[in-house]
Design a protein around this ligand. Sequence first.
Ligand SMILES: *Cc1c(COP(=O)(O)O)cnc(C)c1O
Length: 492
Amino acid sequence: MKYTSTRDTSKEFSASEAIVKGISDDGGLFVPSSFPHLDGSLMDSLLKMDYQERTAKILSLYLDDFTFEELLDFTNAAYSRFDSDDPCPVVKIEDGLFMLELWHGPTCAFKDMALTLLPYLIVGAKRKLAREDKTLVLVATSGDTGKAALEGFKDVEGTEVIVFYPSDGVSGIQRLQMVTQEGKNVHVAGIKGNFDDAQSAVKRIFNDREMNERLAEAGYKMSSANSINWGRLAPQIAYYISSYCDLVNGGEIELGDSINFVVPTGNFGNVLAGYYAYKMGLPVNKFIIASNANNVLTDFFHTGRYDVNRKFYKTSSPSMDILISSNLERLIFETSGRDDALVRRLYAELAEKGEFEINPEIIRDGVFEAGWADEDDVKDAIFTFFDLDDYVMDTHTAVAASVYNDYSCETEDDTPTVIVSTANPYKFTKSVLNALGGRESDAFKALAKLQTLTALECPESLSNLIYKPEIHTSVVDRTEVGDTVLKFVQKN
Ligand SMILES: *Cc1c(COP(=O)(O)O)cnc(C)c1O
């Protein structure tokens, strides 16, 4: 399998090159040259496998410079760090409605599904390419990617991780998870601004010749742990296919039946991986894209106009407080029939004017629906699911649950539906407690209260944060991101 760039299809890369580089020199994103087909015999064999084997099998179709056995070693190691035998259980809420829980990893958010695996892929890919330089993993986070990258890469030989997070834009627990991070190759800094500012600053560094040269002098090459990296997206394809297999094995659907996925969306990485599974032949009726008050994607899928010149809202689902969704570029590339000239033109317009327009029918591709939820909707969803189904969910998942509720009322679509659940409720304790009628301003007292109220156990990795010293306290201006990177690197 070869890879090309969304902005120049004359280019060709191996899987290892795509993973190690992270982003193409022309500013485009790496995409596979075609989609492997999920035929009957492949589905039959996947049905009999566990999650680790399924993921290794699916990855082996895309990352063909690795053997299945190598990939299986990686998935076994990565998912041994999860708190349950099944890394991502499908939980039945009621007939025809399921939660795919993607938050049983070490940092309690869905980012762990890929970021526990990515270090193995990057180190392995460097070995395949006989590369000996150190890898500088540069991360912009809206809250969850940062911690997951820090945990995934801490003390991994030949790598250094730097995370930038919006200093006022993450939950108290999210912040503590990052600033208390241990490990000899990890650095964290707050950035004055929102996630889009952090992401733009990091992207600029990637494409800055002088920065690249100065880092090369220090022995480093940059890579990305954001979902612009193919090594982040590819593992996410697996859980869409695997959850489908689980529903078949559990007798909930017949092989071949179509299902819906509802996906709480920010940078469009999660739902795009689902779309790739669909392109492989997974039977999907609809992907329902759920946004919070930063509903730029809802408008885009309804009207075709993508306009980031709008108010930025800080919400109780901060990991989705994003206006510039990087992976939309990959969707436009695919749905436009791989038109790299169109992608170049639209992204030049976006850079210049902060907007572009395209026919919404093309983008929806007959399979996407979109909706959004405000703060009251989120509270209602958390309250109602707990009240009726005894199920506790986090604020991001609640955005999806609320949007699904609207969708099913409007359409009366009764296709079996999987809501993609992206974080442990304790990551957003105060908001969840508040929705359930409790109130507590101290984060750790709130953890205890939520535990008493719901009987859901709080993961130790979160309750133990109270004992950890804050190590990474610097907060920098967005213009200082480049200097901060150089400073961290030169410390070594
Ligand atoms: C990152 C994140 C999302 C959004 O996922 P994208 O891939 O950026 O669309 C949703 N929920 C949670 C909890 C997240 O951490």
